[in-house]
Design a protein around this ligand. Structure first.
Ligand code: DAK
Length: 265
C-alpha cells in the first residue's frame, strides 16, 4: 500500500518507490501531448507532493519509449482563437509549471523520445534533465504560428544562454541528446534514463532535505538579481540552515565518522 494507491488519474500515473514519487504522463495515442485535463492533473499531483512530507524527490517521465511529451495538444490548441483564451491557457499552464519548479524537493525529468514544445517546457520546469540517447528536444511553436506558452521563452535562455535559446526558438529545430548535453540542456545521457534518474534521486535525497529546499530557493531567488543581493539571500538562508537539527546531526556524524540520519528538522 502506498500513498497514491487510492488515487486515479485519466492521463497520468503516479507511483511511489520508498520516498521517491514517479509521475508518468500517459496519453500514448497523442504521444503524451498535454491537453488541459493533463495539465490540471499534473497540477493536482504537484500540490499533493508539496503537502506530503513522506515524498522526498519527484521524477517526471512519459509512458513508452517514443515520447516524453510531444508538446501541448495541438487539436486543443487549434481551437484557441482570441487573445483572452490564449492568455488564460498560458497563465494556467505557467502556474502548473511554476508550482512544479517551486517544489522544495528535487525534481528530475526523465526524457525518452520526443520532448517538444510544452513537453520540453515541462522538463525545463524540473531541476535537472536526464535523456536517453534517442531523445529529441525542441520548441517548434513558431512553426505552428504561436510562441511557447508554458515558460519556454523564459527558462530556456536562463538555462543555456540567450544565443543558443534563440537559435532553438527561432529555427524550431530539434536537438539530439548529445547536443543537448553539450549545451547544458540535459545533465546526463543514459541508455537507462529511468534507472539513472532513480540513482541520481537517491544520491540527492541522502542529503539534508532542508538544505535541498534552501539551495533551490537560493538559486531561484538569485537568478534575476545582482550578485550582491543574491549574497544577502544566501546569508539569510545559510542562517536558517545552521539553525536546523539536521545541521547539528550532519556535522556530528562527520566528526563521529558515520552516516548522518537527517530528519528534515
Ligand atoms: N498534439 C496532439 N496530438 C499529437 C501531438 C500533439 N502535440 N503529437 C503527436 N500527436 C499524435 C499524432 O497526431 C498521431 O495521432 P494519430 O494520427 O495516430 O491519431 C499520434 O500522436 C502519433 O504521432 P505521429 O503519427 O505524428 O508520429 P510520428 O512518429 O510520425 O512523428 C512527432 C512524431 C513527434 C515528430 C510528430 O508527432 C510531431 O511532430 N508532433 C507534434 C510536435 C509538436 O509540434 N508539438 C507541439 C509543439 S508546440 C500556448 C501554450 C502552450 C503552447 C503554445 C501556446 N498558449 C497558451 C498560447 C505550446 C505549444 C507546443 O507545445
Amino acid at each position: 500500500m502506498t500513498l497514491f494507491d487510492e488515487l486515479e488519474f485519466s492521463n497520468l500515473q503516479l507511483d511511489q518507490h520508498g520516498s521517491l514519487a514517479v509521475l508518468t504522463i500517459n496519453r500514448p495515442k497523442a504521444l503524451n501531448a498535454l491537453n488541459s485535463d493533463t495539465l490540471t492533473e499534473i497540477g493536482q499531483v504537484v500540490d499533493l507532493i508539496a503537502e506530503n512530507a513522506d515524498i522526498s524527490a519527484l521524477i517526471v517521465t512519459g509512458a513508452g519509449e517514443k515520447a516524453f511529451v510531444a508538446g501541448a495538444d495541438i487539436s486543443e490548441l487549434s481551437e484557441l482563437n482570441n487573445v483572452y483564451s490564449g492568455r488564460e491557457l498560458s497563465l494556467s499552464g505557467q502556474e502548473v509549471m511554476q508550482s512544479l519548479n517551486n517544489l522544495p524537493l528535487p525534481t528530475i525529468a526523465c526524457i525518452q523520445g520526443f520532448a517538444l514544445g510544452g513537453g520540453l517546457e515541462l522538463a525545463l520546469a524540473c531541476d535537472i534533465r536526464i535523456a536517453s540517447p534517442r531523445a529529441r528536444m525542441g520548441l517548434p511553436e513558431a512553426s505552428l504560428g504561436v510562441i511557447p506558452g508554458f515558460g519556454g521563452t523564459q527558462r530556456l535562455p536562463r538555462l543555456i544562454g540567450a544565443g543558443r535559446a534563440l537559435d532553438m526558438l527561432i529555427t524550431g529545430r530539434q536537438v539530439d541528446a548529445e547536443e543537448a548535453l553539450q549545451m547544458g540542456l540535459v545533465n546526463y545521457v543514459s541508455d537507462e534514463p529511468l534507472s539513472k534518474a532513480r540513482e541520481v534521486a537517491e544520491q540527492m535525497i541522502r542529503n539534508a532535505p532542508i538544505s535541498l529546499a534552501l539551495i533551490k530557493e537560493a538559486v531561484r531567488r538569485g537568478a534575476h538579481i545582482s550578485v550582491e543581493e543574491g549574497m544577502e539571500i544566501e546569508a539569510d538562508l545559510f542562517g536558517m540552515a545552521v539553525a536546523t537539527s539536521d545541521f547539528a546531526e550532519g556535522t556530528r556524524a562527520f566528526l563521529d565518522k558515520r552516516r548522518p540520519e537527517f530528519k528534515g528538522e
